[in-house]
Design a protein around this ligand. Structure first.
Ligand code: PEP
Length: 251
């Protein structure tokens, strides 16, 4: 049985004080982690507060990015080793904003996935097609290609523990959600790709999120789909009440 995983992605929003205010508002209100895993991915400057909060509360913590080297002359980058030592659980990699604005390649994302495992954290690996690719009918080929590249060289055990986030670019921050059926279809294709690359058990284990304008009004329908194990949520994760409604979607 895969435990559902709802992750907020704050992007480049909230300073440490705003983060603390948010955490104060959700204290004692997160679901039982055996029912739903609650995660927040926050800017690097806010991670310390998240880690402290997670010592007493059922929150898992995520960085929004890291570099693939542990240390060295890489000005402005964040070390996966330092994130791990700080107590982080996950790192989001391959978000479409990082691929588009910061020119991250499939190869970079694969190196980051390996660095994250080496440092005993887990990756949330994002993939997703543009509207142009979908309109050309090439979305499955595109997304499966991204997944193959990201997982290259990872073991079945590592892939079993990974989280994959399917986020069609045309649905991110646009208010345009993929229909629950469209989201299910692609999440199913991703699971099939993992089965072909590894084996049935690995495909059964890997958790696949949908991301793209997920909100309290549509989370239940999306989560009712067989191959959708969670959501990666931008806009609707920033307000504490909305985040609580998302993670408590079962109640
Ligand atoms: C995201 O940040 O990954 C995302 C899916 O954003 P939004 O929920 O705002 O579409």
């Amino acid at each position: 049985m895969r435990t559902p995983i709802i992750a907020g992605n704050w992007k480049m929003n909230k300073n440490p004080q705003e983060t603390q205010d948010f955490l104060d508002s959700i204290k004692g209100k997160l679901p039982d982690p055996s029912q739903v895993e609650s995660v927040i991915a926050a800017p690097a400057i806010d991670l310390n507060a998240l880690v402290w909060f997670s010592k007493d509360e059922p929150l898992k913590t995520a960085a929004e990015n890291c570099y693939f080297e542990d240390e060295g002359a890489f000005t402005g980058e964040t070390s996966p080793k330092a994130l791990s030592e700080m107590g982080l659980n996950y790192v989001v990699i391959g978000h479409s904003e990082r691929r588009d604005y910061f020119h991250e390649t499939d190869e970079d994302i694969n190196k980051k996935a390996k660095a994250i495992f080496k440092n005993n954290m887990l990756p949330i690996i994002c993939c997703g097609e543009s509207l142009e690719t979908r309109e050309a009918g090439k979305e499955v080929e595109w997304v499966v290609g991204q997944i193959k590249a990201a997982l290259n060289g990872l073991t079945a055990d590592q892939v079993s523990k990974s989280v994959i986030a399917y986020e069609p670019i045309w649905a991110i921050g646009t208010g345009k959600t993929a229909s629950a059926d469209q989201a299910q279809e692609m999440c199913h294709e991703i699971r099939e790709a993992v089965k072909n690359l590894y084996d049935e058990q690995t495909a059964e284990n890997v958790r696949i999120q949908y991301g793209g304008s997920v909100k309290p009004a549509n989370v239940e329908e999306l989560m009712s789909k067989e191959d959708i194990d969670g959501g990666l949520v931008g806009g609707a994760s920033m307000d504490p009440e909305s985040f609580l409604q998302l993670v408590n979607y079962k109640n």
